[in-house]
Design a protein around this ligand. Structure first.
Ligand SMILES: [Zn+2]
Ligand SMILES: [Zn+2]
Length: 239
C-alpha cells in the first residue's frame, strides 16, 4: 500500500514555505520579510577567492591570495555565511529539505549562469559515499543540477569526472593548515574519465566556502589530470 510521506502531506497543506521563517509564500522562494536580511556579495570581491572587499580596491586580488593563492583560478559566492543564510543552508543540508535546492540555485544564478556558459563541465563537489548515505543527498549536486537546468545547459552537469575517495571528518574547528593536510588525496579522477579533462575549464559548485581547502584540493586533482582552468561558485562564503 502507498503511504504518502509526511513531507508530501505538508506540501499539500501548505504548498510553499519560506525556507528561513516558514511563512507561507505564493511562489517558491523567500518571503518579502526575509529577502532583505540576506547579505548578498556584490561584484566588489577578490577575483581569485570571492572574499568581499569592504571598500573599493585597486587590485582584483586579496592579500591572502597574493601570498598563498588557492589552486582554483576564480571564485564567486552569492551570500555572506551569517544568519539567516546560515540557518537556511543548515536546514537544506541537514533538515532533508531538497525542495529548497531550486530556490537556493536561483540565488546563485546571477553570478553562476554566466560562468556556466564559459566552462566545459559543471561538477558538484563530491561527497564520500558514507556521508552520502547518512545524508541521503549531495547538496552540492542538487545545486549544480538546478543551476545547469536554469542555464539550459544540463548537458554540462557531470558527477563522474571527480570522485571523493577519502572520507574526511567535518572540518569545522580545524586551522587552514590542518584542513589542507586532511584533504590530501581526498579526490580522484577515474582512469576512464581522464581524457575528458584535457585542457578543460571546469566549474565546481558547493554550498559554502569556508577556507576553500576542499575546493582547492579538488581543483588541484582536476589540474593534475589535465584540466586547464578551474572556477568555483558557492552559495555562501565565510567572511
Ligand atoms: Zn521568511
Ligand atoms: Zn582572495
Amino acid at each position: 500500500m502507498f503511504w504518502p510521506s509526511l513531507h508530501f502531506l505538508e506540501r499539500l497543506l501548505a504548498p510553499y514555505l519560506c525556507p528561513i521563517c516558514d511563512a507561507e509564500v505564493t511562489d517558491p522562494g523567500l518571503c518579502l520579510a526575509c529577502w532583505p536580511k540576506l547579505s548578498l556579495i556584490t561584484s566588489n570581491a577578490c577575483h581569485r577567492c570571492g572574499l568581499p572587499f569592504d571598500t573599493p580596491v585597486m587590485t582584483p586580488i586579496c592579500g591572502d591570495c597574493h601570498i598563498d593563492p588557492p589552486d582554483f583560478d576564480h571564485a564567486v559566492s552569492s551570500l555572506v555565511y551569517a544568519d539567516p543564510a546560515r540557518q537556511m543552508i543548515l536546514g537544506f543540508k541537514h533538515g532533508d529539505r531538497q525542495d529548497m535546492a531550486p530556490i537556493l540555485a536561483r540565488i546563485m544564478a546571477p553570478k553562476t549562469l554566466p560562468l556556466i556558459e564559459t566552462v566545459d563541465f559543471v561538477l558538484p563537489l563530491p561527497l564520500h559515499r558514507w556521508r552520502f548515505f547518512s545524508r541521503r543527498f549531495n547538496q552540492s549536486a542538487e545545486l549544480a543540477r538546478h543551476l545547469t537546468k536554469q542555464a539550459g545547459r544540463f548537458d554540462k552537469f557531470n558527477t563522474h569526472l571527480l570522485i571523493r575517495q577519502k572520507a574526511t571528518p567535518p572540518q569545522g574547528r580545524k586551522t587552514k593548515a590542518q584542513r589542507i593536510a586532511a584533504m590530501r588525496g581526498a579526490f580522484h579522477v577515474p582512469q576512464d574519465q581522464r581524457r575528458h579533462l584535457a585542457d578543460a575549464h571546469i566549474l565546481l559548485i558547493d554550498d559554502v566556502l569556508t577556507t576553500g581547502a576542499s575546493l582547492s584540493s579538488a581543483a588541484r586533482c582536476l589540474k593534475r589530470h589535465g584540466a586547464k582552468q578551474v572556477s568555483v561558485s558557492t552559495l555562501a562564503r565565510v567572511c
